[in-house]
Design a protein around this ligand. Structure first.
Ligand code: DLZ
Length: 159
């Protein structure tokens, strides 16, 4: 018996609710922008493909992934969007910095999901090298931005 593929990147538009009446916030980290721009494009194209209006998609840039927490918090406080997606790319270096920032951003975004009644979708790549990140931002392993957009749509239409 065939099993349903739950991989978010293989979405079937016929099963996705139209989201033309929803507002989406996307906070994008400028660090590793060759990766984050690919993720943003995947998310943006998916949202518009599913009916989101371009004027209902607000993009803010922040310097690095650590700033995604504050950027998303400020977007929540403005109260103008139904869901926030954060997009970042952390690439491992030679020190423990990577581990601390990964942990900090993950916990920070988790906190936002508990603090606000509007969901925050986590699109943070945490890779060992740039190639792994490129492979997941529109390369041979797909695009996690697409998956984040589908997760956002599922969360705004929850219940
Ligand atoms: C400092 C730093 C380093 C070394 N690496 C990354 C990275 O791979 N990805 C990323 O998004 N940001 C990096 N940053 C910047 C931090 O996220 C943050 O912007 C600075 O520490 C300033 O708070």
């Amino acid at each position: 018996m065939a099993t349903e593929n739950k991989n978010l990147s293989n979405y079937d538009k016929n099963t996705i609710p139209n989201v033309k009446d929803f507002r989406f916030g996307i906070v994008v980290s400028e660090w590793n922008d060759d990766v984050t721009e690919g993720l943003f494009k995947g998310a943006y194209d998916t949202l518009t493909d599913c009916g989101a209006l371009s004027e209902n998609i607000i993009r803010w840039n922040v310097p690095g992934s650590f700033e995604l927490i504050f950027g998303a918090k400020k977007m929540h406080e403005q109260g103008e969007v139904d869901v926030v997606i954060v997009i970042g790319s952390l690439i491992k270096g030679e020190t423990m910095h990577f581990e601390y920032v990964c942990e900090g951003v993950t916990q920070g975004i988790k906190d936002l999901n508990l603090m606000y009644d509007v969901p925050t979708i986590f699109c943070l790549l945490t890779d060992n090298n740039k190639q792994q990140s490129l492979d997941r931002s529109g390369g041979k392993h797909g695009n996690k931005g697409v998956e984040a957009a589908i997760a956002a749509i599922k969360m705004v239409t929850l219940g």
